[in-house]
Write a protein that binds this ligand. Sequence first.
Ligand SMILES: [Mg+2]
Length: 409
Amino acid sequence: MRIRAADVIVTSPDRNFVTLKLTTEDGVTGLGDATLNGRELSVASYLSDHVAPLLIDRDAGRIEDTWQFLYRSAYWRRGPVTMAAIAAVDVALWDIKAKMAGMPLYQLFGGASRNGIQAYGHASGRTTEELFDSIRAHREQGYTAMRIQTAVPGLKAVYGVASQPSVDGKRYDYEPAQRQAFPPEEDWDTRAYLRHLPTVFESVRNEFGPELPLLHDGHHRMTPIQAAKLGKALEPYDLFWLEDCTPAENQAALRLVRQHTTTPLAIGEIFNTVWDYQTLIQEQLIDYVRSAVTHTGGITAMRKILDFAAQYQIKSGIHGPTDISPVGMAAALHLDLAIHNFGIQEYMRHGTATNEVFQQTFTFQNGYLHPGEQPGIGVTLDEEAAARHPYAPAYLPFNRLADGTIHDW
Ligand SMILES: [Mg+2]
């Protein structure tokens, strides 16, 4: 079954998405997500200028071979642009293979290992009251686990806090990327954050009790010793995980954190290959793998990372904010359902316009996701609807400290 067409579709319903659509000589189509938040057009160019011409007339069934060809023939390996492009091809080929088999994709991975996929949502607030309201609202939507992010006294804007006014006065309820020509500036003070956060978790546990799984994202802002201090301070509140506590480039930094705290650690949303995990997994420095299928070379690469992690009792926590398109989310759900070492799945719900462009079979009921039973990954793209939402430049924010120094955002 030869590939006859490879089309790159850029659309911006609620936010920007890049999608690859492959079509075989028999008219079978497959979709892959190539969205890289804030750098979308670079992946679109990588695909349309350098990858799509190479795919024409290739055998659509040779997924592993195509992955190795794209990874090794580029010579310049790794990196988020390259690996997002490879991921899109990989997921589109898995979609085609599962459609040809007449099965939902998870069946090709050995079938379901569980009945549903536990998801966590993003509860946040500028004040304790706002945060409690957000937790209750998420419970009403069915969520059984929640990430907790709050404002920090003295800081104007903090990552992950919904209802936070942005620089232009609008609210970014979930989406930190702003549709503007320059990245918005936020401020940061690690000492203020370290003083404040344990008090937040204390109040949440006092209000909602010990059972609710609670997560927190440090967003790469701490030094190793600061992260160790925070992990230790949060131990009484029994976190499900502390995510991205230190900058992710330095795997060895987690050694120091691990020596000092039993708070479970998750990292990897900005990783793009198994090599980024080599030390972390072999030395058991983390508990959860946070990569996105979309940014890590697709399903073929993610399965290898998760199988490697499984040997060390490290579980999945696949990245799933709204900058992962419904195509990328569906791909993750098929993996989540099939693998044995599933941990939890991040899930923010997409907006109405996005759901009109991408029709999905996956469901979210009583806190559990399921990819559905349609052959393939279960997502179709309405290209006419997509064309109604042209690309609009958007950037993630950046941080400055009080003295003007740029800090990790
Ligand atoms: Mg994160």
